[in-house]
Every structure is written in C-alpha cells, then in structure tokens.
Design a protein around this ligand. Structure first.
Ligand SMILES: NC(=O)C1=CN([C@@H]2O[C@H](COP(=O)(O)OP(=O)(O)OC[C@H]3O[C@@H](n4cnc5c(N)ncnc54)[C@H](OP(=O)(O)O)[C@@H]3O)[C@@H](O)[C@H]2O)C=CC1
Ligand SMILES: CC(C)=CCC[C@@H](C)[C@H]1CC=C2C3=C(CC[C@@]21C)[C@@]1(C)CC[C@H](O)C(C)(C)[C@@H]1CC3
Length: 554
C-alpha cells in the first residue's frame, strides 16, 4: 500500500469541486478504503477530496483564494468523527452549482469536472435543506457576477456615469432655446464659467441642510422598514408632511424665487457636485462595513460599477438614513419649489396676473404627486429602492439632480412656450390625472398594507399565493389586474403631466418617454428578482396575472 502523502493536521491547497480554484484547507483524515482525504476549508466546509485535487501549500499562488472564498460557505464545523460519509443529491446539487460559478472551462473539460463533483461527497451533517438553501445564494452570486461582467465588458456603468449628467445638461440647454426642436440639436454650449456660481452652491447646500434639520426634528411618526437579511428592522422617521408644510410657509415669506429660473444651470451644477461628493463618501464608507450591510447588486468588486450602482444598502450616520432622506426630501420637495418658481417666472416673462392654465395643471399635478409621496412616506419602505438597491451615484444623482432638474422641464418649458388650453381640454386632462392617481395610490397602498400586515382583516377578501419564503403574493385586487398596477397609474399620470404642454415639441414629453423606459426596465428587473426569490410561486402568479403593466397590451 503506498504511503499516505498528506497527514492529519497538514495545511494544503484543496481544489473546490468542479472548479480550477484552490483554497487553503486542513487535512482531517484519510480513508484508505475510498482513497479520499477529508479536508476542512477555512469557512468550515468539509469535503472529501482525491489526492490529485490536493496540492502542497508551499509556493502555491493564493490569489484566487483571497479573491473568492469557497462558494459554499456552509457552517458545518461540528462534524462527528464517528459518522460515515454518505452521498446526497442535494449535496451534489450544491457542488454542481458551485461548479457553475467558477468553471469557465470548455464543455469537454467541464464534463470531466462535473463528474469530479459527483465523486466528491460533502459532510453528512449538512442537512438536505441547509444544502439546498445554499443554491439561491450561489445563483445570486452567479447573477451578480454576470451583471458585473456585463457592466465591465460593455460600456455600462462608465457610459451612464457620463451620459446621465450630459443628458441633464442637454435638457437644460435645449429648454432655453426659442425653438427647442431636435433640428436645433446640439444646443450651443455656454462658456465654462457660466456653469459655476458660488452663491448657487451656497443655496443648494443650505437647502439640503435645511431639509436635514427638518428631517431630524422629533415630530411625526417613526415607522419600521421591511426586515433586512439579518432579520433586523430599521426605524425611519416619516415626518414628510411636516417638512412640506415648513417649506410652504417659507415660500410664503416673499422669497424671490425667480433666481431659480435665472440660475437653473448653476444650481444644477452645484447639485451635481454635491451628488458626486456624496457618492464618493458613500463608496468609501461602504468599503468599511460588514458584508451583511451591503446590497446584493452593487457588490461586484468593480470600483466603477459599485460606485455607480451603490454598495451599501442602508448607509446611516447614527439614525440619519442617507438613502431615505435623499430619496424623499431635498430633491422631491425641491421639485415642487422649482415648479413654483417657474410659475412666477412665467407670469413675469409673459406679463400675466396669474399663471397659465397649463402651468397651473403641471404645478398642481406634480405637487399632488409629491405631497402624496410625503403623506404616504411609509409606503416607500416597501419599494425596490429602499428594500434592495444600494445607495450610490445612480440614486444620489437621481435624487439630487435628476428629479429636481429634469422632472421640472415641463414647467420650465411653459415659462417661454405658452400653450393655451381650452376648458374641455383642461377637464379631460384633469380626469385622466385623477384616474391615474387613483390606480397608483390604491395599488401602492394595497401592497404596502399587505406587506406590513398580511393578516389585515381589511384585506381578507384578497386571494393570495403562498411562497416558500413565508411571504405571500397578492393575486386579486389591483395586483390581480396586472403585475405592476402602480406603474400603470404612474404612467397615466405622466401622460396627464405632458398633455398640458401640447404637441409642438418633443422636449416636454421627455418625462413620459424616460418613464416608459425606466418602468419597463424596473419591471423586468423586479421580475427576475421575484422569480429568484419566489421560484414556482412566482411562475404561478405570472400564469394567473398575464400582463405586466397594461392589461391585454403589455
Ligand atoms: N416618479 C418616478 O420617477 C418613479 C416612481 N416610481 C414609483 O414608485 C413606486 C414603487 O415602485 P417600485 O419600487 O419600482 O416597485 P413596487 O412598489 O411595485 O415593488 C415591487 C415589489 O413589490 C412586491 N410585489 C410584487 N408583486 C407583488 C404581489 N403580487 N403581491 C405582493 N407583493 C408584490 C415585491 O417585493 P417583496 O415581495 O419582496 O415585498 C416586488 O419586488 C411605484 O408606484 C412606481 O410607479 C418608481 C420609480 C421612479
Ligand atoms: C436615470 C436615473 C438617474 C435614475 C434614478 C432613478 C430615480 C430618479 C428614481 C428611482 C425611484 C424613484 C422614486 C421616486 C422618485 C424618483 C426615483 C428616486 C419617488 C420618490 C417619487 C414620488 C413617489 O410618490 C414615490 C415615493 C412612489 C417614488 C418612489 C420611487
């Protein structure tokens, strides 16, 4: 019988089944009959390996080990020495899933590797369910790797980082043209110094600080967020209504808001600068937080991608939640303030005693949208951004620049492009807005109430599908009409916001076009996320509720 090459207690490099990656392992024993070594990985995973899958640690390159730890990450430290090794299909499945993550070999080699994984048996103390529960984690990692790869290889994050600010600039320059039609593209670029105004930076900084002070005021309700991966539920102060009232009082104090119209570009530049600084801060701090505090999607290891997508899920300075604050306060309330300033600028520029009908409609519709968002602030805690997305450049820029400086383009457009609206047109547009708002509010409230208390007696008439995660899915009520009724309502409202601007130019329709793209993309992102989370229950939901956003159309 040949001598045993590695002894109990030796530290060697063990190949992870089905992959070409080696990790540091400790030899626990050798079974002469099966000729297999039992080894333990640093994360506690025990496996049995053939001698050819083990290499001596001396002179071994450990690059791959430090970059990606063994994918299983099971906690099976307490293996009873007395137990015999058995093969189970679930263990094999976990190993195969691991192979899928790390194996980049051509198919002929992969076949051999998959065979290898079947020959390897895992610790019998890992229960079948525990092993199975590893699979979604592995699949998630695979998905993240694919997304990150996509962004790395394609222009992805780099493209959006440049495109989004350029687009905001384009809209601002275009809306200033007498004839903002696409034939006048590109609009003339102003000189560099026209972008900068220290006073504008001061105003934006003061505005954000003012909002921050209102946010921390100990008034209003404290709501609990959805349970995190750790099971913890964060607390949020949802006092947006008080905030809105404070701003309304301030606006009433004869502040000259026309400055906003005349310094729009400089204010946007200042906000952009703040959003970049905030994103850098967010990225740097995300490097120092624990794994469990990171978002699943922005954790690729690619600096640009993570900076863009957001790395940390709920960055907080003590109780001050940066993501929640930015999403709900400075930009959102700033949007209404800017719209209001545009109404004043319109009266001044066009010599009117009151704003035009179109301007009144745009202002009131969007004010209703924002006030509703603040009134139902708690509902945002069950949205994708708050529950799943990391806080990085995309959201920081979206909240502080995109929302206040592009969602106001309709009001800005109306300042110098009057659109007369007849009474019947006004009535028709108002009715459209009411329908959209009704669908949007009812569906969001229904889901929010259900997520907060699935056994709420007021919702007992609704049909649901139970999922393996313990959560259920609504299949009747609004969520039985289409899979995203809230998007449907939102889109109808967006239509009502654009109609008062007429059809002479495409520019005021920008929001509608952007919103269709955004919501279709969000819907497909949410679909894959829900399919991953809920598996067959989600498939059943999709079979029952066939359309995504528009009944019988899409
Ligand atoms: N004006 C703007 O610029 C924007 C506005 N919005 C609006 O914000 C609101 C929130 O949107 P968003 O966060 O994208 O998505 P949703 O509020 O629709 O949230 C999606 C989540 O809801 C849960 N869900 C899905 N289907 C069901 C069901 N049948 N029963 C129960 N729960 C279900 C799932 O989460 P889980 O199961 O984990 O709870 C899913 O991930 C929308 O009204 C949208 O229109 C969004 C983006 C931009
Ligand atoms: C292109 C780009 C930079 C995209 C970033 C997207 C953000 C602008 C949006 C993502 C989700 C949003 C929501 C609202 C505003 C726009 C962003 C931040 C929202 C706060 C508007 C008011 C609504 O009532 C709402 C609370 C439902 C909504 C939540 C989502």
């Amino acid at each position: 019988m040949p001598p045993v090459k590695y002894q109990r207690g030796d530290t060697v490099m063990g190949r992870w089944p089905g992959s070409s990656l080696y990790y540091e392992v400790k030899v626990l024993g050798f079974d002469a009959k099966s000729q297999l070594y039992t080894v333990i990985y640093k994360d506690g995973t025990e496996l049995e390996l053939k001698e050819q899958d083990i290499k001596s640690a001396s002179g071994f390159q450990t690059r791959s080990r430090s970059r990606s730890r063994s994918p299983g990450r099971r906690r099976s430290r307490s293996r009873s020495p007395g137990r015999t090794t058995r093969r189970s299909s679930s263990r094999t499945a976990a190993a195969v899933a691991a192979a899928a993550i790390t194996d980049s070999a051509p198919s002929s080699r992969r076949d051999t590797k998959l065979k290898d994984t079947v020959e390897v048996t895992l610790s019998p103390l890992v229960s079948a369910t525990a092993s199975l529960s590893v699979i979604p984690v592995l699949m998630k990692k695979l998905e993240i790797t694919m997304i990150a790869l996509y962004f790395f290889l394609s222009p992805g994050a780099y493209f959006w980082l440049l495109f989004l600010p350029a687009w905001v600039l384009f809209l601002i320059l275009q809306v200033n043209l007498v004839d903002p039609s696409l034939v006048n593209f590109p609009p003339p670029l102003p000189p560099l110094e026209a972008f900068w105004d220290a006073q504008a930076l001061g105003f934006v900084t003061l505005w954000i600080l003012f909002q921050a002070v209102l946010y921390v005021l100990p008034v209003g309700k404290v709501s609990e967020g959805m349970p995190l991966r750790s099971g913890e539920r964060l607390k949020y102060r949802t006092n947006g209504e008080a905030d809105a009232v404070a701003v309304a009082v301030m606006v009433h104090q004869d502040v000259d808001l026309t400055y906003i119209h005349s310094h729009f570009l400089q204010l946007a530049t200042a906000s952009f600068l703040i959003s970049v600084l905030l994103s850098i801060y967010l990225y740097v701090r995300s490097r120092y937080v624990g794994q469990e505090q990171l978002a699943l999607g922005g954790n690729s290891g690619n600096v640009i991608y993570d900076f863009f997508k957001g790395h940390e899920l709920n960055p907080r300075i003590q109780d001050f939640d940066l993501k929640f604050f930015c999403e709900m306060r400075p930009g959102l309330i700033g949007w209404c303030l800017i719209n209001f300033a545009m109404a004043i600028a319109e009266m001044k520029q066009q010599g009117l005693d009151t704003p035009s009908n179109s301007m009144i409609l745009v202002n009131l519709f969007q004010l209703l949208y924002v006030v509703d968002g603040l009134w139902n602030e708690e509902a945002i805690l069950t949205t994708m951004d708050l529950m799943h997305d990391g806080f990085g450049f995309m959201l920081a820029f979206g909240d502080l620049v995109w929302v206040p400086f592009t969602y106001t383009i309709q009001a800005y457009y109306l300042v110098s492009h009057p659109i007369p609206l007849s009474l019947p047109a006004v009535i028709a547009i108002v009715i459209l807005k009411i329908i959209g708002f009704y669908i949007f509010r009812k569906s969001n409230s229904e889901k929010n109430a259900f997520r907060r208390n699935p056994s709420d007696p007021k919702l007992s008439y609704l049909k649901t599908i139970h999922t393996a995660t313990g959560k259920s899915l609504l299949v009747s009520g609004w969520w039985g009409v289409v899979r995203h009724p809230n998007y449907l309502g939102d889109l109808i409202m967006a239509l009502a916001w654009s109609l008062p601007c007429g059809f002479s130019h495409l520019l005021p329709w920008y929001y509608m076009i952007f919103f269709i793209i955004l919501l279709v993309h969000r819907d497909s992102r949410d679909m894959s996320e829900c399919r991953r989370k809920y598996g067959s229950a989600w498939e059943e939901y999709c079979r029952t509720v066939r359309y995504r956003i528009i009944p019988h159309v899409y």
